[in-house]
Ligand binder design. Structure first.
Ligand code: SAH
Length: 437
């Protein structure tokens, strides 16, 4: 097999990253976008030792799951990977792939059907648009897949409509002077309160006055405009220091009836509708009662802790981002919740201290970032012998790795409830219930 050679193949399976799998002799060929059962003429793009990559030249037979993507730039933009698949079929794929991956490594875990959205579009409450200047023109949009090139577009099918409006308005009114040194524009739209926030992120504090006065005139729900200075050389989006240009450095949102104050540096789930579904599932899995003491690791602005506080005796939340911990404390005050306490600390260090002091804890909630927990954290959490651990995960790969580590500590996973937080993309969020054997 050589680069640029063409073949007719039938897709026998799919990866969880939306690539079709075909076989040519003994060689596995990954073909992005090709669906199981489809036949296509493909061109080989890259050949490795035991596998290759190809691209579809012409589809000869189409899957019944295939639909016309709603977005015009679906094939160029790296944001969505599943818009060419019917939504119910997206959910089936996510479930089946997860179940297959889990059962390969662990026995006896029930993987439940994925909870999908009724209307799986315009759901995201946060966008980070890259900005570049090319030939005296401002480019704003999304990154192309595996690239730093910007795909310009005037509309995004998964961002909230309000974010689309803000984005379009900025595109129309931003000047070249303002865009000098600008790297990203971050936007947040609180789904329940409608409050919006814009953060200009760049290496140079330009004068945005003219744009800001136009924006606040046009969008009365815009409550916060911030400039964030980022002179870093890497691809981390936010810098340390910032200046409030209008209003506040936070907005208000609401989650499971609690008011949530949200600093622009604080993490918040990107799908506010499914976030409530997810947390309801986490709470249900824990079977809480008023005698219980709980820990919430990776607590963000305290949304899970506040939601469980009315069912339990006490919650201790642990989070590393200072602004988020400050928000969590303020949020408890705003909502008159007195049995939640938040600590700014590394989750692994906190777990170590709990293990040392032999703290008595009934349920541990964890909601780590994509890289999952640490093996030390898992060991220390197991040492304090909670009855249950409820693991909320946005990355099935690290979830499976961590479930194996928990198993080695005598804690086994009973079931996994996936929730589709990232419709139209390959992402999947899960709640896993882990219990002492
Ligand atoms: N439970 C929250 C946040 C989940 S996201 C919610 O649903 O909104 C993961 C959180 O873990 C982020 O807020 C991130 O800042 C925090 N985090 C990342 N690394 C951490 C660490 N080592 N120790 C504690 N918190 C950490």
């Amino acid at each position: 097999m050589r680069k640029n050679e063409e073949f007719v193949v039938t897709c026998i399976d799919e990866t969880n990253q939306a690539a079709g799998i075909a076989k040519i002799d003994d060689m596995v060929v990954f073909v992005p976008g090709l669906l199981k059962g489809e036949k296509a003429n493909i061109k080989i793009l890259k050949v490795q030792k035991s596998y290759a990559f190809g691209k579809i030249m012409q589809r000869l037979e189409s899957s019944k799951d295939r639909i016309e993507p709603a977005c015009k730039v679906f094939n160029k933009c790296g944001g969505c990977q599943y818009q060419h698949i019917d939504y119910q079929a997206q959910l089936r794929r996510k479930h089946d792939q997860l179940e297959k991956r889990i059962l390969r490594k662990l026995k006896g875990i029930e993987v439940r059907e994925v909870f999908g959205m009724e209307y799986p579009f315009y759901y995201r409450n946060k966008a980070q648009f890259p900005v570049q200047i090319r030939d005296e023109k401002i480019l704003m949009g999304f990154y192309r897949l595996h690239s730093n090139d910007i795909v310009s577009c005037d509309h995004c099918m998964i961002q909230s409509k309000k974010i689309n409006d803000l984005y379009k308005f900025i595109q129309e009114h931003i000047t070249l002077e303002m865009a000098q040194g600008l790297r990203h524009i971050l936007m947040r739209h609180a789904y329940k309160t409608n409050e919006c926030q814009i953060v200009f992120i760049g290496s140079k504090r330009n004068n945005f006055d003219d744009l800001i006065s136009k924006l606040i005139h046009r969008f009365p729900d815009l409550k916060s405009i911030v400039f964030n200075l980022n002179t870093r050389k890497d691809n981390v989006i936010l810098g340390e220091t910032y200046e409030v240009l209008f209003g506040r450095d936070y907005i208000y949102e609401s989650c499971l009836s609690n008011k949530v104050k949200l600093h622009f540096k604080s993490f918040y789930q990107v799908n506010p509708v499914q976030m409530e579904v997810l947390y309801e599932q986490a709470i249900k899995a824990a079977k809480l009662n008023k005698d219980m003491r709980c820990i919430e690791l990776y607590s963000g602005v305290g949304t899970i802790g506040m939601a469980i506080s009315k069912y339990v005796k006490e919650v201790i939340g642990v989070e590393i981002v200072e602004e988020a911990v400050k928000n969590a404390k303020e949020n408890c005050q705003i909502n008159q919740i007195e049995n939640c306490h938040y600590i700014c600390q590394d989750a692994t260090k906190f777990a170590k201290e709990c293990a040392h002091t032999k703290m008595k804890i009934d349920v541990v909630f964890v909601d780590p970032p994509r890289k999952g927990m640490t093996s030390q954290g898992i060991e220390d959490i197991s040492t304090i012998q909670p009855e249950k651990i409820v693991y909320v995960s946005c990355n099935p790969e690290t979830l499976i790795r961590d479930l194996i580590l928990f198993k080695e500590q005598g804690y086994s996973c009973k079931f996994i409830q996936p929730v589709d937080m990232f419709c139209q993309t390959v992402g999947l969020e899960c709640v896993a219930l882990i219990e002492k054997e």
